[in-house]
Structures are given as structure tokens and as C-alpha cells.
Design a protein around this ligand. Structure first.
Ligand code: FAD
Length: 477
């Protein structure tokens, strides 16, 4: 229902969804598909959120170019050309045009899908709550719109965390979002932050020809990733042309648009590194600024909006999903929460995603795929834990593709052989995670994994081989 008075209009919907990323868009669509009257409000130019416009998709578009160049660099290993052939030149404006084209196609596709849903209205504007059941939507060049609702879903995502050091706001100091829009391949770059985004970007730009240094404050890169795999990847980075400094505390940045010095301390010693471009990729925090939470009972801390097990905030009827709720910050996690919360609002039984079953991929090279518990987390439960390992150096498929650096680690409970976690470092690990997710989510055992016939020669063979060899080592009762 919409009423108009004094140049403003008031709408009344059953559910208001704020934020059209991988969380908000599927939530709005699922509710509308089930007959609810829904308004989806998006502050950006299209549907897709951070994932589409400055996260998952653009970074993988850059990665594709970097990897194709890398393939050309090693083509002679496979009997193509000679090792002295010059590498393809990077035409960055073509890469960026390709990015714009794919983004427009995907965003347009998402909007077209929503247009086909009768009960769903998509409004481009910035929404602000004005109370527990009302919001106002500001739209450029148009009068504000007010909306009242029965339920709301907050899915406003996250924004790059600033680094509180002098020089962080200098021109030419980028963050994960502005780095995506960069107009050239820099000669040199310092990435501050050795998390998933930092490591992914480091390898992309290194393969494009940039001299890259990564500064990570923690003793190890990639935070919660399986420690064995993170260490293997760090050794690989150290043996490539990427400079990696862990335990590096950045103190200040100096310089101008074309040249920067990043000053840091490591083991109590002052050091500095110079680069054309600096990118701060040291984390993201929930996006709640200007959302009007103070007009409601919704509470939040530095790590996100506080929610219950059913993702309801402290304001009954208002839910929150995705990055705005805090870690883990992944697109598929936001989407899984979206589907669960939609079912819950519809009064249907809902399986809320549990972090014990979550999957994730770090798009490093080799990729790291992970599902379920790490060895460390599993041991913390008090159960007796076993870890079965496989080294991809012996793997047929890996030998054929020439990507033999890799390790599979299956974490299982000794008592009943239940698989609790699967962690893979391998080129191609991303596409192994479907099987891994099914195994962990359905509490499969080593016996069940071993009894599944895995095709030869594929990287998934390792799952069966590793399960069977772990069983062979078990004491017989
Ligand atoms: P978002 O995608 O951030 O969407 C929130 C939306 O809300 C935005 O469109 C924003 O404009 C809108 N909004 C905010 N405030 C308002 C308001 N007041 N009114 C209306 N609209 C508003 N994840 C993966 O799973 N795989 C990857 O490979 C991956 N790679 C990444 C690479 C990079 C460089 C980055 C930065 C992130 C990456 N991520 C990846 C993380 C992923 O992008 C996020 O986890 C995901 O986008 C979160 O979805 P969301 O819907 O919660 O929030």
C-alpha cells in the first residue's frame, strides 16, 4: 500500500530488507516468492553488494588475467614455445573494461530476476530506521520515502577498517575497494594485511609484474586457516618474488601520490619499505553508520550487530544477516543466513548455518579450501582427534598439471571416525569443497568417504585414498 502527501510517499510492507548484496537480495526474493510484500532498498547503483562490485567477483576477474599470464610464463614446461619467450603484456584498461562488463551483466541479471517477482519492490536509495517499525529512504534528486514494516532484515554489509596510523589517508594509499578501481598495474606495492584479501591481491599483482611486499602484524598469515597449510603457503610465498614480513607492526606511511615509504617495526627493529602504491587490507568492520539503530533496541559492538540464534536483533522483528553481523564474512555465508531467516520469518522450519559446517576458499595460489573444524579447534573440544594427511606431490592429477605443491588434511574423531574438518592446499582446491562440505555437514565417517568411488585421475581421489590409509592405521578391535 502506498499513500502520497506533501511530496513524500509512505509505503507499508510486510518485510523491509536494507542492503542488496548476497545477504539481502536472496532474502528479499525468497520472501517475495512465498507471497510476502517486500521492499528491498539498495544504496548503490545496482544489486550485488560488495561481493559483486568490489569483492569476490572483481578480484577473481583480475586473478584470471594474472593466472593466464602465469600459464603463459610456464608454457615451455609443457612443450609449448621456449622459456625465453616474452610474457604477454598486460593491457590493464582491457582488464578493467572486462570487469565493468561482467559486473553490469551480473547486476542486471539480478535486477531482472527481482523484477519478475510480484510482491517485491526494489528501491535504489539509502535507508535509515526511524523507529522499530519505520524507516525513511533518501534518494538522490527525489523526495524521501517513508516505509512502515512488520519485519526488517538488516544486510548492510561491511566496510574496510581504517588503520589508525599517520599517513593512512595520503593520496595513493588505497583500501580493498579502491584497489579494485586502480587504473594501472603499479611497479611496486605494499599490502598491509596478510589475510585472505591481502594474500589474494599479493599473488595477483605479483603475477602481473608488480613487486609486492606484504606486511602482516600477526606471527602467521591467514588468521584462522589450518596452521600447517598457512605455513606451507607462507614458505611458498617466501620462495617466490613476494616479500612477506610477519610480526610487522606498521607505524606510519609517508610520501606522495607516486611514491610511499611504509615504516614498521619487527622484532623491536625499525624498518621501512618503499612502494608506488600502498593498500591497507587489514580487515573490515560492520557497516552500521547512519542506519538509525539508535531509534530501535538493536545493539551492536565493534564486531557486528548482536543477534540471537535465529539472527533476530535485540529489537523483536528486526533481523540481521551477513557481514553486518560479523565473522565469518563470506558471500555464501550471508546467502545461507538469508535463506534461513526468510524461512523463519515465513514460519517454516529453518536450519540456521553453523560455523562448524561452514566452508571457505582462500583464492591464493595454490588455493586453500576449508570446511568445518581445524585440528586446533577439534582438539579444544576434548575429543581424541586424528588427522589424516595426503601430500599432492604423489598425486597423478597434480603431476600432470605440474601443480604438486599441496596438502590435504582430514580432521576426524578417533572414537567413531566422524569427519569434523577437511582442509586442502592445492591448485584446484576451490572445486573440491563441494564434496568436503557434504561430508562434514552430514557427519560422514572415514569409512563412508573411503567407500565412495572417486574418479581417476582427479584431485578428489585424495579424499578416498587418505580416508582408507587413515583407517588402515587404526588399531583393530
Ligand atoms: P554486502 O555485499 O556488503 O552488501 C551490503 C549492501 O548494502 C551494499 O550493496 C550496500 O550498498 C548496501 N547498503 C549499505 N547501507 C545501506 C543503507 N543504509 N541503505 C541501503 N543499502 C545499504 N566472499 C566470498 O565468499 N568469496 C570471495 O571470494 C570473496 N572475496 C572477496 C574479496 C574482496 C576484495 C572483498 C572485499 C570481499 C570478498 N568476499 C568474498 C567477502 C564478500 O564480499 C562479503 O562477505 C559479502 O559481500 C557480504 O554480503 P552482505 O550481503 O552481507 O554485504
Amino acid at each position: 500500500m502506498t499513500t502520497k502527501a506533501d511530496n513524500t510517499s509512505t509505503s507499508s510492507v510486510e518485510t523491509l530488507v536494507i542492503g542488496g548484496g548476497p545477504g539481502g537480495t536472496p532474502a528479499a526474493m525468497a520472501l517475495a516468492q512465498s507471497g510476502r510484500r517486500v521492499m528491498l532498498v539498495e544504496a548503490g547503483k545496482g544489486l550485488g553488494g560488495t561481493c559483486l562490485f568490489s569483492g569476490c567477483i572483481p578480484s577473481k576477474i583480475f586473478r584470471e588475467t594474472a593466472f593466464r599470464r602465469h600459464e603463459a610464463a610456464r608454457a615451455s614446461d609443457f612443450g609449448l614455445g621456449s622459456a625465453t619467450d616474452t610474457l604477454p603484456e598486460v593491457n590493464w584498461s582491457t582488464v578493467q573494461s572486462r570487469r565493468h562488463r561482467i559486473l553490469a551483466q551480473r547486476s542486471g541479471g539480478a535486477l531482472a530476476k527481482t523484477n519478475g517477482l510480484k510482491g517485491l519492490e526494489v528501491v535504489f536509495g539509502r535507508a535509515r530506521l526511524t523507529g522499530p517499525r519505520s524507516a525513511v529512504i533518501e534518494r538522490a534528486g527525489e523526495p524521501p520515502r517513508t516505509v512502515t514494516f512488520e519485519n526488517a532484515i538488516l544486510s548492510t554489509g561491511s566496510v574496510p577498517s581504517p588503520l589508525p596510523i599517520p599517513g593512512a589517508d595520503l593520496p595513493g594509499v588505497l583500501d580493498s575497494e579502491t584497489l579494485i578501481g586502480i587504473g594501472f598495474v603499479p611497479k611496486s606495492m605494499v599490502l598491509i594485511g596478510g589475510g585472505p584479501i591481502g594474500i589474494e591481491m599479493a599473488q595477483i599483482f605479483a603475477l602481473l609484474g608488480t613487486k609486492v611486499t606484504v606486511l602482516e602484524a600477526a606471527p602467521r598469515i591467514l588468521g584462522p586457516v589450518d596452521a600447517t597449510l598457512a605455513d606451507l603457503l607462507a614458505q611458498h610465498l617466501a620462495s617466490s618474488d613476494i616479500g612477506l614480513e610477519t610480526g610487522a607492526k606498521v607505524e606510519r606511511i609517508e610520501g606522495n601520490e607516486d611514491s610511499h615509504q611504509v615504516h614498521y617495526t619487527r622484532n623491536g627493529q625499525s624498518r621501512s619499505v618503499e612502494a608506488q602504491v600502498v593498500a591497507i587490507v587489514a580487515g573490515r568492520h560492520p557497516n552500521v553508520a547512519g542506519l538509525g539503530l539508535e531509534t530501535t533496541a538493536v545493539t551492536h559492538g565493534p564486531h557486528g550487530i548482536k543477534v540471537s540464534d535465529t539472527l533476530e536483533t535485540d529489537e523483536p522483528g528486526i533481523f540481521a544477516i551477513g557481514d553486518v553481523v560479523g565473522n565469518p564474512m563470506f558471500a555464501h555465508w550471508a546467502t545461507a543466513q538469508a535463506h534461513a531467516v526468510a524461512r523463519h520469518i515465513l514460519g517454516q522450519p529453518a536450519a540456521f548455518p553453523s560455523s562448524e559446517h561452514n566452508s571457505a576458499v582462500i583464492f591464493s595460489s595454490p588455493e586453500i579450501g576449508m570446511v568445518g573444524l581445524t585440528e586446533e579447534a577439534a582438539r579444544a573440544s576434548g575429543d581424541k582427534i586424528g588427522v589424516a594427511e595426503y601430500d599432492y606431490r604423489i598425486d597423478a592429477r597434480a603431476q600432470i598439471t605440474g601443480d604438486t605443491l599441496g596438502r590435504l588434511r582430514i580432521v576426524y574423531r578417533i572414537e567413531d571416525h566422524r569427519i569434523l574438518g577437511i582442509h586442502v592446499l592445492a591448485e584446484g582446491a576451490a572445486d573440491l569443497m563441494g564434496e568436503a562440505a557434504l561430508a562434514v555437514r552430514n557427519a560422514l565417517t572415514l569409512e563412508q568417504m573411503g567407500a565412495s568411488i572417486h574418479p581417476h585421475p582427479t584431485l578428489t581421489e585424495a579424499f578416498g585414498i587418505t580416508a582408507l590409509s587413515a583407517l588402515a592405521k587404526q588399531p583393530h578391535g
